[in-house]
Design a protein. Structure first.
Length: 52
């Protein structure tokens, strides 16, 4: 019986490790960054107020 309990804990621990690894990878995955100065476009939005 102890063998079945330890197998259950081992599977649960393995699943937890995989879940944490997936979350860490997802947190570090972001949008691709452009090379320095290549293809970067600065956009500035100006708001025009009618009261001025």
């Amino acid at each position: 019986m102890l063998r079945h309990i330890s197998e259950r804990y081992a599977r649960g621990f393995g699943a937890a490790v995989i879940a944490v690894a997936a979350l860490v990878l997802a947190a570090n995955a972001g949008p691709a960054r452009a090379a320095d100065g290549v293809g970067q476009v600065g956009q500035v939005q100006q708001a025009h107020h009618a009261g001025r």
